[in-house]
Design a protein around this ligand. Sequence first.
Ligand code: ARG
Length: 613
Amino acid sequence: MAPVSETSTESGATAVASLQTQLTDALGDAIAAAYPAQSGADPLIRPSDHADRQANAALALAKKVGASPREVATNVTERIAVGDVVGQVEISGPGFLNLTLTDAALWRQVEARRAGARLGVPPVAAGVRTVIDYSGPNIAKEMHVGHLRSSVIGDALARILTFLGSDVVRQNHLGDWGTQFGMLIQYIDEHPEKPWRHTEITATDADGENASTVSALDGLYKAARAVFDTDPEFADRARARVVALQAGDEATLATWRDIVKESQYAFDEVYARLGVQLTEADSAGESFYNDMLDGVAAELEEAGIAVVSDGALVVLSEEVTGPDDEPVALMVRKRDGGYGYDTTDLATIRYRIRGLGADRILYLVDSRQALHFRLVFEAARRAGWLDPERVQALHVPFGSVLGPDGKPFKTRSGGTVRLMNLLDDAVAAALTVVREGAEAKGTEVDDDALTLIAEQAGIGAVKYADLSGSRVKDYVFDVARMTAFNGNTGVYLQYAHTRMVSILRRAAERGLTVPEHVPAAVETPLEAAERGLILTLDAFADVLAEVAVDLEPHRLAGYLYELSRAFTDFYEACPVLASEGTVRDRRLAIVDLTRRTLATGLDLLGIAAPERM
Ligand code: ARG
């Protein structure tokens, strides 16, 4: 059996089996040889304080085979093929197997992962078309922190799944349709003097912050609402506008298109600043499904899945009941004949399966919409659109962003916090931190460079704070903590990257290059810090594969933090430039691979990897 199983992929890249997999296979073989009836048992390879890894299976197997754990450990150990991957086995405690890998096996991984741009990561999601619904802001409204989370987490998943070979289709489900636009359009029409296009805006909002086209539109909507409530004649004109909009009146549609275009302009500014890879081509808002709604309602009604109740057409859940023990309803058509959010999502899921050919559909929407998606998926199954054997539809929920007071984030006046202002705050905090860092080191950094670094650090800090916790947990937006150089922060990871770059830069200045191949050093054994770092490097692909399954980018974030710490240990214990010969070569190779792994990982999270800070 080849120790490193290599799979050629279309791009010519090489997939590398991790040491974890190799150990699991080797120990699995030994268990099968010792206890044929137990073949297939997980050897439970785990990190160890005493060796490179430990296998914990003997304790679990003991009961099943009716022997003591130590006896099982001895029997299994005798059957482990020592030499190629496993260098040494020691039984410790009640029956743990402490496993030391050979230097050759460790080094083989470094060389194999260094060899291609994919760092030996196999395309485990190849052949899977994944539709990712994320961001989904509402037209004529500011994006809020919930949209920030959806955008940041959704984008990270889109990047990771693309890297793993999936054919990813991004879908921005903009809230761009509804009766509220009739009133807004009427008001805009009657007040041509009030500015809202991005070329006209200079005003500031209630909190004294610079306004955007969407906050201006939001202000106009609120003004329209106030007039609507007090002026019956305006209310009539506004109602007529709703009818005109729905009937496709050209002038009304033209203003609506303008509002959508201007709002998209404001969203694009946020995406560009965040490095979120959504473009207008990915926008398929609620209005996109308009023409499909009649058909969806008819299909559900004919199939007997939607029924008339109180004049409305509804799908009654067979799985969920409300507090009154009555089945919860999904609204297909309101009593007045109108369609809403529910109907649109029914049309959307049908389109994504039939039109886009999705194998997997991910909805990055906050946890408060869990019931909505549960009902939509249930209806889609009953309608025969969603066959769970073939298509996986998943609500990928996330928790709220809280203000410093631990309550949902709001401005002083209780309004929505503008995302751009939050980002400005984070960048300002990062600027202070980066400037102080530069001053402490006595390095001269010009203002332009400092501004760019602060932007990368500030945005990276916000994104990392969002990505580094488990998705469903709420978190507090605290710019000081986010931008700290120490601790589990984006800035810490970016700084680690700059140290790697700096070692390689100094090496290059001395005429040293990273050799393409470095032979495994037999005369100088790998040191503990080298082993630790190599083992961590080797886990990259396994971590990404886990993210593809449980859709938790915090696994990648946590991994990169661990990698940066393992690098710090290595950096302190193992001189690179001050060493010589093959030891220096292999350390340069390790630094190079670590830098590339960290940069790739940060890119998959959508975070910049600066060259200096
Ligand atoms: N516009 C919605 C909101 O702001 C999010 C849309 C989520 N996607 C969906 N298919 N419903 O809450």
